[in-house]
Design a protein around this ligand. Structure first.
Ligand code: SAH
Length: 345
């Protein structure tokens, strides 16, 4: 590892200041910034509108840390999983999910995860560290490139549903989204970005206060405290009452619909009472429930509920005017589906 500073940790202002402090013009900073972010330059040599001396001076002072797609796996359904190596040799995963009209990138926000959801493979990895904004941004760029290469179209949507809890790395996630949405980065609309959280009430309120323009998804899985705590133990600290209060605050401020991710498991949350509790929990605001298929990762403690239970859920939700979709898993054959990201490749 180099002791030189990573130039991509600098803001545009700091880059401009650096050039002025070195007796050059501030706009050089803009040029370099454009190379780093819009053109994803991996070396100073390619920055052809700078003099050789300037390029050498930069290389003397800085490195350009970049992620590297180590292994790319393709599923029989078109899904692509990237194992991404970071500058300190840690690895995270990101996934490209194609449909007939869209390409969605599912990106990681942390190496491992500090939460302890019993049904999630990522939870078995210790949280090693937060990803930097550029490491998040680079995952998106890598998938955008793959989408253009293999599907002939740019990336259209981004979900923060890879490894990690985005709201426990909030500042870096926000900075990455700023770059992704900025015309100097990828210029994507924030409306096409979903940040998914296990539900950190304080941070949901902070997002509302920050007036963010992206969408929010909550991995709920149960609207009954005892059950949720048994499958997502941190619920003992961040209870459903606090979560609900934070979501109410979010909705009042943003007027943005809330999506809930929900898996129905046999013998855990598959009764009418569970479905009624879900309705009671999310009725306060326009909501959408995604019933996601369980991707087995363990010895069988968790099993996908019977089709009858899924139908009971959809009927109950629809009767109460809550939008519901049943989601098929993608990329299961390469361990790229929800909850399967565990650096196995
Ligand atoms: N920590 C954030 C981001 C991860 S998103 C969050 O929890 O929202 C990953 C999604 O996959 C979450 O909705 C999670 O609950 C779900 N998930 C985890 N393990 C799963 C599994 N084995 N099968 C299906 N979905 C799973």
């Amino acid at each position: 590892m180099s002791t030189k500073k990573d130039i991509r940790a600098l803001t545009k202002e700091q880059l401009r200041d650096f050039f002025v402090a070195n007796g050059d013009k501030a706009f050089r900073g803009n040029q370099v910034y454009e190379w780093l972010w819009q053109k994803s330059a991996h070396s100073f040599d390619v920055m052809t509108n700078l003099s050789k001396e300037t390029r050498e001076m930069l290389a003397h002072n800085f490195v350009i840390n970049h992620i590297k797609v180590d292994v790319m796996q393709r599923s029989s359904d078109g899904t692509i999983k990237n194992a991404v190596r970071l500058h300190d040799d840690l690895v995270v995963e990101s996934v490209l999910i194609p449909t007939s009209t869209r390409t969605t990138a599912c990106v990681s926000s942390q190496v491992g995860c500090s939460l302890d959801c019993r049904f999630c493979a990522t939870a078995r990895l210790k949280r090693m560290r937060n990803l930097n904004p550029d490491e998040i941004y680079d995952q998106v760029v890598a998938i955008d490139n793959e989408s253009r290469l293999y599907f002939d179209r740019p990336l259209s949507n981004i979900v923060f549903m890879g490894m990690g809890e985005p709201l426990m790395n909030y500042n870096n996630v926000l900075k990455a989204i700023d770059k992704i949405t900025s015309p100097e980065g990828l210029g994507m609309s924030p409306k096409r970005i979903i940040v998914s959280t296990s539900g950190v009430p304080k941070m949901i309120k902070k997002m509302a206060d920050d007036n963010v323009k992206f969408k929010l998804a909550v991995s709920l899985h149960s609207a009954v405290d005892e059950i949720r705590t048994s499958i997502m133990p941190f619920n003992a600290t961040f209870s459903l009452t606090d979560l609900r209060e934070a979501l109410q605050y979010w909705y009042e401020k943003t007027k943005s619909r809330i999506t809930y991710e929900y898996v129905v498991w046999k013998g855990i949350n598959d009764t009418q009472k569970d479905a009624d509790a879900l309705v009671a929990f999310c009725r306060f605001a326009p909501s959408k429930v995604n019933l996601i298929e369980y991707n087995p990762i363990d010895d069988g403690t968790f099993q996908q509920a019977a089709q009858k239970a899924i139908s009971m859920y959809t009927e109950t939700l629809e009767r109460n005017n809550i939008v519901v979709t049943v989601r098929r898993s993608r990329g299961k054959d390469i361990d790229a589906a929800c909850g399967q990201l565990a650096n196995k490749s």
